[in-house]
Design a protein around this ligand. Structure first.
Ligand code: 6R9
Length: 628
């Protein structure tokens, strides 16, 4: 983007907000029937965008490139074992068409929910695009989540089909995804069909009548699948994410507004060009993998790299080796990956030709100065801007991020809101914080096209979670932030009970309810503490039903509880620390004092007056002054 265009866009959004978005939507989307209404606020906060327009998202990602780019690689895939597969736009369109027809043949129709539980292979994207083609609503579940988590999401979404693989390669092992499906599908009565991709070749059980091999389902099927025309507001997908209370919620995104957001941010923030090779390392199980693997790059006709496995297989140079061999020019990853790879030293990146890189991106958590410097100097060789992108599952796409080359960078700041995004920092009353560097709630003051539309099946929870805090006036992100004297945003992290552990979003309550479901546990409280490598680490305070264990018994119970959480949620949710106590610090009204627990988890001394606690002595025990 040019400086002049940037200024023009900002001015246009400021003076004519709806017109700004309407023009972008007309420029960027191929409409089957153009829209005439831009923003419908009549049922706020359930906003509707471009709602009388008709389109198909997969046509916008695939068909529209055939005239110009049919033989351009769309996906350059590399498996963890080293197998490489390139799919051109023509080939990808054919694969999507075939699988879309296979879905239809199993009776899956527009509006039906399809859960995708896959390794990071092209078929994950093919399945998502195939759903979009027939207007089925996909819900991708990260392959690192447990069977229990998978089951909860299938049931909540009421999915009629699940797409999985025999297994995927990760960290030198095979993750048996089909076996995990087998464990839970009997308890998911809505599921009629399980599509199974043959990927890792591991032995699997088979349920005739329910299970279908992917390759058989597409064997004698036409590659031509007429796209279903859907309205702009037709749900494109659900993606479950953790909140501060209760079970994960199904964030529902709409078709047109979301597509528009992915295209604009690919252009504005990643400055995507025809000859770029784009690589976003996120798994399609997270929102980053939706917007910047499955949709954005394809909608812009880009070539992207997709990698199945762990960054350290066969050695910690794998990412840089991939960048070199596939000539990656725009690279997007999370601070946690940068920190993990930095730990292995400079020789790995230095041993690879990274001269094609021109732009680097960061997402998922604040990036610390050490990681930033290493990313900038060693990976970007002092040549590549780093775009630090702040956004959420709920926002759909980048909200606050620099325009490379135009907005000057400050390490650790996501800089300024993108054109058309009205972000602010407000105090507890909702009044904008004007003093530089004073913290407050990060809010968005006007609806934007790629925003979530609701929580699947729970509109009330949608209103409560995101809008009630400031009487429906602002979208409440759940993050705290400050603005400096230049108006730059510095995101300070969550103000609720959501954790980002290695960039993965988890709710403390979810982990607590799993811990207390263990027969030996009476009570539990989970908080985050800073961690050099994972950003935040999970710290659990646990009250056993019996006496506090010690010695070998204690070690065994810790191992058991970690395994239990891994089995119920997924390995990413295993607490780093587990501390046992006879009780938890509570107010006289019985509320757990999380603030105190956070201080204890950080190893800070608690010097405030704790005499109002119901049980002040418990602090000594938690701090470890009592023998454990
Ligand atoms: C895209 C994604 C959202 C939460 C968000 C915030 C944190 C994301 C960030 C960042 C500081 C950034 N977050 N990007 N914090 N700087 N550039 O991560 O979505 O998984 O829903 O998490 O992640 O706390 O509220 P999601």
């Amino acid at each position: 983007m040019t400086e002049e265009l940037y200024r023009r866009l900002l001015a246009e959004a400021e003076s004519d907000y709806e017109g700004f978005w309407a023009r972008r939507a007309r420029e960027e989307i191929d409409w089957i029937k153009p829209f005439t209404r831009t923003l419908d606020e009549s049922n706020a906060p359930h906003y509707r965008w471009f709602d009388d327009g008709v389109l198909n998202v997969s046509v916008n990602c695939l068909d529209r490139h055939i005239a110009q780019r049919a033989d351009k690689p769309a996906i350059v895939f590399e498996g963890e074992p080293g197998d490489v597969r390139v799919l051109t736009y023509r080939e990808l369109l054919a694969e999507v068409g075939r699988f879309a027809n296979a879905l239809r043949a199993q009776g899956i129709n527009t509006g039906d929910r399809v859960v995708i539980y896959m390794p990071m292979v092209p078929e994950a994207v093919i399945a998502m695009q195939a759903c979009a083609r027939i207007g089925a609503i996909h819900s991708v579940v990260f392959g690192g989540f447990s069977g229990e988590s998978l089951k909860g999401r299938i049931i909540d979404a009421g999915a009629t089909a699940v797409v999985t693989a025999d297994g995927g390669h990760r960290g030198g092992r095979i993750i048996g995804l089909k076996a995990i499906c087998d464990q839970v599908l009997d308890e998911c009565p809505t599921v009629r069909t399980l599509f199974v991709l043959k990927r890792a070749g591991n032995a699997i059980a088979w349920r005739p009548g329910r299970d279908i091999w992917w390759h058989e389902a597409v064997a004698d099927v036409s590659a031509d699948c007429a796209p279903v025309a859907v309205g702009s507001e037709h749900p494109l997908y659900l993606l479950y994410t953790s909140g501060s209370t209760g079970r994960p919620k199904g964030i529902q995104h709409a078709s047109a507004g979301y597509l528009l957001g992915t295209i604009l941010t690919m252009r504005w923030v990643f400055d995507i060009r025809e000859d770029d090779v784009f690589w976003c390392t996120a798994d399609v199980g997270w929102v980053t993998g939706h917007s910047y693997v499955a949709y954005g790059p394809l909608a812009c006709g880009a070539t992207m790299v997709m990698y199945e496995g762990a960054p350290t297989i066969p050695d910690p140079g794998r990412f840089w080796d991939l960048c070199e061999r596939h000539r990656v020019s725009v690279f997007y990853t999370a601070p946690t990956a940068i920190r993990a790879l930095k730990k292995h030293g400079d020789d790995y990146p230095r041993g690879h030709d990274l001269s094609r890189l021109r732009l680097l991106g960061s997402v998922g958590e604040p990036i610390n100065p050490e990681a930033w410097m290493w990313y900038y100097q060693v990976i970007g060789q002092g040549r590549c801007p780093i775009v630090d992108t702040w956004w959420q599952t709920e926002t759909g796409v980048h909200m606050i991020a620099p325009i490379p080359g135009i907005v000057a960078l400050k390490p650790g700041s996501c800089t300024r809101p993108l054109p058309g995004i009205v972000a602010d920092v407000v105090d507890a009353e909702g009044t904008p914080v004007t003093a530089p560097d004073e913290g407050g709630f990060l809010v968005i003051k006007r609806p934007w096209p790629s925003m979530l539309r609701t929580i699947w099946g729970d509109p009330e929870r949608y209103r409560e979670t995101y809008w009630e805090r400031f009487q429906n006036r602002y979208y409440v992100s759940g993050d705290g932030a400050r603005r400096d004297a230049d108006g730059y945003f510095w995101v300070m992290g969550r103000v609720d009970d959501v954790l980002k552990v290695s960039g993965h979003r988890l709710g403390t309550m979810e982990i607590e309810s799993v811990l207390v479901a263990h027969p030996l546990i009476a009570e539990a409280a989970v908080v985050g503490r800073p961690d050099e490598l994972t950003g935040e680490a999970i710290c659990a305070f646990v009250v056993p039903r019996g006496p506090r264990p010690s010695g070998d018994e204690r070690a065994a119970l810790i191992a058991e509880l970690r395994a239990w959480v891994g089995e119920k949620i997924g390995p990413i949710a295993k607490p780093a620390d587990i501390r046992f106590a006879d009780n938890l610090p509570k107010t006289r009204s019985g509320k757990i004092m999380r603030r105190l627990l956070r201080a204890v988890a950080r190893g800070e001394t608690v010097d405030e007056d704790v005499s109002t606690l119901e049980n002040p002595d418990i602090l000594r025990q938690l701090q470890g002054h009592d023998p454990q």
